[in-house]
Design a protein around this ligand. Structure first.
Ligand code: CA
Length: 227
């Protein structure tokens, strides 16, 4: 069940939100001022924050900045009774993802919550994982697998594979690889890139039916299923 933090000082509105969101299947925790909201945010894991703007102790914008300094991904939806353009801009400035004007239609609120949560899930997947064909790279843990089989790579091999997966289906030159993976200029007198491509081939391709790393003579290399 997804956890939602509601920060709202008007008890009537807070109760309404809690009841409606719980009915929609969410787990809801309410804070009645901004400072309490930030404390609760730090103490538990939330999938979404709904915050009023005018709040005691810490206003909604300050709260949002505080949340963003801890967590860049959690969706924050601001509620405002004012609805002026300036408020909207301030909200986005402080890192809010969306805003709604009170009084709001509950179905619309629910629809926006679903959109924000879906977007956040995709964002996390994009940041943490890279995949091409049956290769999966976990960027946080530096794990690589192909067809579910774990593959151990050295840090340089790992960076080279990440670069190739990010540029899959495109021919990449030795110069590109030298600059982007080794941060150096390619010296035609050395063949260290070819050496590393061969290390990677042994680990990524040798034991698998479909070869993914291909040489384009005179140009460079390409990661592709269909050479
Ligand atoms: Ca208020």
């Amino acid at each position: 069940m997804e956890n939602i933090l509601v920060v709202e000082d008007e008890k009537r509105v807070a109760d309404l939100l809690k009841a409606g969101l719980e009915e929609a299947g969410y787990n809801v925790i309410v804070a009645y001022d901004g400072a309490m909201g930030l404390r609760l945010f730090q103490s538990a894991s939330f999938d979404l924050v709904i915050s009023d703007i005018v709040l005691p102790k810490l206003d909604g914008f300050e709260l949002c900045r505080g949340i963003r300094s801890i967590n860049k991904n959690v969706p924050v939806l601001m509620l405002t009774a004012l609805g002026s353009t300036d408020d909207k801009l301030d909200g986005f400035d402080s890192g809010a993802d969306d805003y709604m004007v009170k009084p709001f239609d509950f179905r619309e609120l629910h629809a926006r919550i679903r959109v924000l949560m879906r977007r956040a899930t995709h964002k996390e997947e994009r940041c943490d994982r890279l995949a091409y064909a049956d290769i999966v790279i976990d960027l946080n843990r530096h794990n690589v697998s192909r067809d579910g089989v774990d593959i151990r790579l050295t840090p340089k091999e790992f960076n080279l594979l990440v670069f190739m997966v990010e540029n899959a289906e495109k021919v990449i030159s030795r110069i590109d690889i030298a600059e982007k993976v080794w941060n150096t200029h390619f010296d035609t007198g050395t063949n260290f890139i070819d050496v590393y491509i061969n290390y990677l081939r042994k680990k990524i391709d040798r034991d698998f039916g479909v070869k993914l790393i291909h040489t384009k003579p005179g140009v460079g290399f390409i990661l592709t299923r269909k050479p």
